[in-house]
Design a protein around this ligand. Sequence first.
Ligand code: FE2
Length: 189
Amino acid sequence: MSYQIHKLFPTYLHHIEDIPISDELLEYCLTKPDFDNNIKSNRGGKQSINTNEDSIIKDLIQKIIDENIQKVCKPELEIQGYWVNVNSRDNYNIYHSHPGAALAGVVYLQASEDSGDLVFYHPNAYSVYEESMAYKEDWNLTQHVQIQMHPKTGSCYIFPGHVMHGVEPNRTQDDRVSVSFNLIVRSSQ
Ligand SMILES: [Fe+2]
């Protein structure tokens, strides 16, 4: 008799660290974009309009793609749009996804340990809890229904656009500044 456990259905979370963030870029993000009064996923704070204009922000996103995920992604992958998020103390982003994006990402231009975890949620947590009743403590998978990442300045995460996620409240006095973006696969037509 032999026995194995296989893991089914992995999901890719690309994680890049130590991206150099210049003062010029941070200043640009705080002053140049058109901040919108419409409330999106942010609760408090502000979010700029989704744009695909050439800028030093877009250059940074392109560089992150070229030097990291392009190793495993198709060359037709391109930026569909990006926007800046500025979140002050106690501001947060509710549970959301990025419809229409093959991949979505966020790069942190100013963040520290207490400025709010990025949290990813399992698409079918209810079923995992039900299944977990069959397993001993060490083997149940409920520890994986919610995955916390701890961004800091220079962190970037790229994930499937359908994966639900949110950002916990900023517990520091400093603004959390990030740029979110959507990536699509350019069609040949
Ligand atoms: Fe998001």
